[in-house]
Structures are given as structure tokens and as C-alpha cells.
Design a protein around this ligand. Structure first.
Ligand code: UD2
Length: 296
């Protein structure tokens, strides 16, 4: 096909006509601060790839597998290879205290894995919360100039469907699957004013997952540094927020609005029946027996 000036129209510019009148009507696709909320059928993945793939970017991923959580790593890595940013440069950083138990997983061209040793903390709360510090340090020591975006994900989860360029943004948060129908006064935010993660009952936007967040390196650097500083300052005063770093993340995202919000398609929970508005589950937490896998 030709254009007015007889130039060939490249294939990637031939797609379904966009509309500002028709689209998803069962869900909200933009926040009051005008960040897109990403749901299936609100984007064209082929069109997005034609925009983002030529940029030759690198997406870094952090995943922690400390103690018995190493058992989740193989499925996480294998399913990431099948569904997470397929066709992009992806650099996965595995943080573990069980270096010998890291599984050998074949990864596609352009994808690499780096293993970093971490201490075996005795409390799960600390394992979970210290991730902020370790991500901050990773960005400072290793990542600046070698990745563009970063996603920080829970290991006890699997990918089931496409997760790609539609998720890219300056600061990216995922709405928690358990709380998107709940009044904010009932979110499990930290409610003690003495904590730096405090949010009052009439405040807050969404309840976001601690198990998946991301964005541009510098944005995630600031987020992890802030959450770490606040977590440590609280600890000095003998306070641990209700959901550790997840509480601090929620406070951060309330004050510094995410520029892109991912729907619960991006972190569902396997024990939760799928709801009608969830047309696809991209990533979900596996069912686990806390008593058996946590150190305490
Ligand atoms: C929620 C959050 C989690 C975190 C936690 C509060 C989701 C889906 N999950 O999940 O991100 O905010 O609440 O602290 O939003 N880990 C280990 N070894 C351990 C314990 C934890 O490696 O012994 C790592 C591992 O990567 C795991 C993550 O820490 O995925 C979070 O721990 P969790 O899955 O036990 O937390 P959970 O399910 O309460």
C-alpha cells in the first residue's frame, strides 16, 4: 500500500483504528491524576512492541529466594522466559543465600541471570523488608547505565500470560487483587501515626502490592532508598509497619503518585477465583504453606 507521497507504509503502522469512544466500560482505565490503569484490551501489544523494541532497552528484574523460598525460583524463571518481556533484553538478578541450589534454567537469547549472595536473616519480615536496601544498592553499584527499567517481583509467583511494554512507566505500581473493591479505610495500611508508613483512614488511593513494582531506574532508586530509610528509622524507634516494606511502599505511592498503575491482572493470587473484570491473569502468587516455608 502506498501513501500520498508514494512511500511504503511500514507494516507496524497498520493496525486497528483507535477510538476514544469505544473500549472497556466495565473498569476504570485512568486514575484521577491521569495515570493509565492497564487492563487487557486497553492496549495493542504488537503496536507497543513496534515502538519499544527498536529502542533496544534493558529491563532488570530483582527476585529474592532466601531459605526455603528457593523452591519457587525454577518456575518463576521458566515462566518469566515464556511471558515476561519476550524479545527484549532482560537481566534477572536473583538474591539468595542458597547459591548451590539456584536451578539451571535455559533462557532465550538476550536474557541473562546474575546471582547475588544475601545473608540468611532469621525473620521472614526482615527478609521481605531488607529487599528495599538490596535493590537500592544494586541500582547504585551495578545498574546505572546498564538497564533502563527495573521490576521487583516476589519469587513465589508464576507468569501465565503476556507481561510486556504496556507496563513501562516512570513509577509503576500494581493494585492488590485483595483490596480493589474495598473502602480505603479498610486497607491494611499502617495505621499507627508513629510510623513513617502511616496513612489515615480517609487517605490513600489504592492498596498496592509489595510483590510487584517498578519503573525507571532513578525512580525505583528513590523509592527503595526512601522506603529503606523510613523502615530503618521506624525500627530504631521499635516500630515495624503492619506489612513491612509493603506498608512503606503504599505510603510512598500515595505521596509520589505512580505514573502507571497495573490492574490486578499483573499480580493475582492462585487461591482467588478469577473475577469477570479479570480477562487474563498474567502473573499470580502461588498457594503456599507459610508454616512450612518461613524460617519462623
Ligand atoms: C506480601 C507481599 C510481599 C511483601 C509481604 C510483606 C504480595 C503478593 N506479596 O506477601 O511482597 O510485601 O506481604 O512483608 O504483594 N522471601 C524469601 N524468603 C523468606 C521470606 C520471604 O525469599 O523466607 C522473599 C520472597 O521473594 C517472597 C518475598 O520475600 O516472595 C515476600 O515474602 P512472602 O511471599 O512471604 O510475603 P507475603 O506472601 O506475605
Amino acid at each position: 500500500r502506498t501513501h500520498d507521497f508514494h512511500f511504503e507504509v511500514p507494516d507496524h503502522l497498520q493496525y486497528k483504528q483507535p477510538s476514544i469512544l469505544q473500549g472497556r466500560t466495565d473498569v476504570v482505565t485512568v486514575t484521577p491524576w491521569l495515570a493509565p490503569v492497564v487492563w487487557e484490551e486497553t492496549f495493542d501489544p504488537v503496536l507497543l512492541d513496534s515502538i519499544y523494541r527498536p529502542k533496544n532497552m534493558t529491563i532488570a528484574v530483582t527476585v529474592f529466594a532466601v531459605g526455603k523460598y528457593i523452591m519457587f525460583l525454577k518456575n518463576f524463571l521458566e515462566t518469566a522466559d515464556q511471558h515476561f518481556f519476550v524479545g527484549y533484553n532482560v537481566h534477572i538478578f536473583v538474591f539468595t543465600d542458597r547459591l548451590d541450589d539456584v536451578p539451571q534454567v535455559k533462557m532465550a537469547v538476550g536474557r541473562q541471570l546474575t546471582v547475588r549472595a544475601v545473608p540468611s536473616y532469621s525473620r521472614w519480615q526482615e527478609i521481605s523488608a531488607r529487599r528495599m536496601e538490596m535493590i537500592q544498592i544494586l541500582i547504585e553499584e551495578k545498574l546505572h547505565n546498564s538497564a533502563d527499567y527495573i521490576f521487583c517481583l516476589d519469587v513465589d509467583s508464576n507468569f501465565h500470560n503476556h507481561w510486556g511494554a504496556e507496563s513501562l512507566g516512570g513509577l509503576v505500581a500494581v493494585v492488590h487483587p485483595g483490596y480493589y473493591e474495598v473502602d480505603r479505610s479498610r486497607f491494611p495500611y499502617e495505621r499507627r501515626p508513629a510510623s513513617r508508613a502511616y496513612i489515615a483512614p480517609e487517605e490513600g488511593d489504592f492498596y498496592y502490592c509489595g510483590g510487584a513494582f517498578g519503573g525507571l531506574l532513578q525512580e525505583v532508586h528513590l523509592l527503595t532508598k526512601t522506603c529503606r530509610t523510613n523502615f530503618e528509622a521506624d525500627a530504631k524507634e521499635g516500630i515495624e509497619a503492619a506489612w513491612q516494606e509493603e506498608s512503606h511502599l503504599n505510603r510512598y505511592m500515595w505521596i509520589n503518585k505512580p505514573s502507571k498503575v497495573l490492574s490486578p491482572e499483573y499480580l493475582w493470587q492462585d487461591f482467588k477465583p478469577r473475577k469477570p473484570e479479570i480477562h487474563i491473569i498474567r502473573f499470580s502468587g502461588v498457594i503456599k504453606n507459610y508454616a512450612l516455608i518461613r524460617p519462623n
